[in-house]
Design a protein around this ligand. Structure first.
Ligand SMILES: [Zn+2]
Length: 227
């Protein structure tokens, strides 16, 4: 299938399924579960219509660490919101959980460092989306604008983007930034909903939200690889 040549598709028919569901898994795997009676051509068309979404999901799953100092093993320190968390192997949790500065990771993921890393990355992405949605709403209210949608991407060298349609996209790693920088990235993209440029007018909107251009640029200039 165009754009999805590398993917394997695993199909399972489920008697009680009311509708088709599609899950994207690591290493180019798509898992489909289908109600009986769905035709192959229908399914192919459906998957095809989701090509971009599938590629983005997969890219998020496969995002690699660049900083070799960050390890995903028991007792290691992992970055989060500007302060490190202690990675703890936990017996009684079902999903990754934050307790104070301990990041509890369920026992079952400790098959390999890679499996722990995937779980933690997925958790980072959940936190990033929740936090971004929350703060976009706040800054939009301040400026009296609305974003069409908010989503995450695995950007290599940018923190966010705003489309001309009003869609905001953030690098999921914003959740690793210290709070003020995270807030700045969100506020910056929200300001682009009004000014699609980096003019004086744009920076005066940011100033209205409490951000100083040169101070924030200085902070980002000194930013090192987070993960
Ligand atoms: Zn910008």
């Amino acid at each position: 299938m165009a754009g999805l040549e590398k993917f394997r598709i695993e199909v399972k028919y489920v008697r009680r399924a009311r509708r088709a569901t599609l899950r994207v898994k690591p290493r180019h795997l798509i898992k489909l579960s289908l109600p009986y009676g769905v035709k192959r051509a229908q399914i192919e068309e459906w998957i095809h219509s989701k090509t971009n979404w599938i590629l983005e999901k997969h890219e998020m799953l496969e995002s690699q660490t660049k900083n070799p100092a960050v390890q995903f093993i028991e007792g290691a320190q992992v970055p989060f919101g500007g302060g490190p968390l202690l990675l703890v192997r936990a017996q009684k949790v079902k999903w990754v959980e934050l307790h104070g500065s301990d990041l509890l990771v369920p026992e079952k993921y400790f098959k390999s460092e890679e499996s722990v890393r995937r779980a933690v990355f997925k958790w980072y992405q959940e936190q990033a989306l929740a936090a971004a949605l929350n703060r976009v709403e706040y800054y939009c209210q301040q400026l009296g604008v609305k974003a069409k949608s908010v989503r995450l991407k695995n950007y290599r060298s940018r923190w966010g983007a705003c489309s001309s349609k009003g869609e905001l996209i953030f690098n999921w790693q914003i959740i690793l930034l210290k709070n003020e920088m995270f807030e700045y990235v969100v506020a910056h993209e929200v300001c682009h909903l009004i000014e699609m440029n980096h003019s004086e007018r744009f920076y005066s909107l940011l100033a209205k939200l409490g951000f100083n251009k040169s101070e924030m640029h200085r902070q980002f200039k000194h930013l090192k690889n987070l993960i």
